[in-house]
Design a protein around this ligand. Sequence first.
Ligand code: NAP
Length: 292
Amino acid sequence: MTVTILDGKLVAGEVKKQVARQAENLAKLGTKPFLATIQVGDDPASTSYLKAKHKAAEEVGIGSEHHHLAADTSQSKLEALLGQLNTNPKVHGILVQLPLPREFDEDAIIEKVIPYKDVDGLHPINAGRLSAGKETLVPCTPKGIVKLLSHYKVPIASQFVVIINRTTLVGRPLANLFLNRDATVTVCHSKTVNLAQTTRAADILVSAVGREDFQIKPEHVKSDATVIDVGLTRVEGKLRGDVDFDNVSPLARFITPVPGGVGPMTVACLLENTVEATKIQTRRGQKEPSNS
Ligand code: NAP
């Protein structure tokens, strides 16, 4: 069987069209979805990700504003800004671009975002709901992966899924999304022994490591597997994924490219989460006029 490339750019375009329609409907009813982003410091990768997110928001009719704070901003100043955005009725989604500079208590910042504006889906309340099988605001990269698989009708139920990553941003929420869809899931990480032995059993293999010294080679992959490449690393100035695409793709049934795979889906799902957050707040507003 020949390999099918999972075209994230194409599917993200479809998701964005749906989001644009929903944003237009919400605006007609008097609420234009609105996203506020915060960057602390000047990490060039963060700057370029944020630029892409604002451009995408504008394309689908989501309003947005950016707050850029100096790297030496205090934790309390950042928390005060979050407090203002939490209570500002114009703002429906809040995104704090991670990673924050080392001096910050990142977990405390994540917990400061009010859960129904948490478009990154990282607040413990949203993460807890997801692990209890209730999907409200779900982290964008895992959500994008599942959407991409669904678009191409890649079966998930009863499949054996191996995820290489155990972070709250990728591996943990993704494991829960797959579990919620009746897959059998194994999560690997840097202390896993015999990684290839585990990954070779996977019907769906997701790799999200992003290290120059790490690569998924043919010996890691079962014939006809689905291979999802999330990891990003720069080698000699060039961006590459975790997967040795040229040598793995002839083995696979489905595979994502880098770039053009998971990346565009992540941005599209941020937009979808912003519209979802707007709907949640519109419903809350109807039930609770005091906005408490
Ligand atoms: P991270 O915090 O660096 O986590 C990396 C994960 O890989 C950890 O769970 C780590 O294990 C594991 N790992 C490291 N070395 C390993 C090894 N030799 N064998 C097996 N596992 C190993 O990164 P992250 O924030 O979760 O993101 C992961 C990657 O995905 C990064 O490259 C990031 O740039 C990329 N990413 C891409 C998108 C996109 O839209 N394309 C979105 C999000 C993230 P331990 O837990 O044991 O340390």
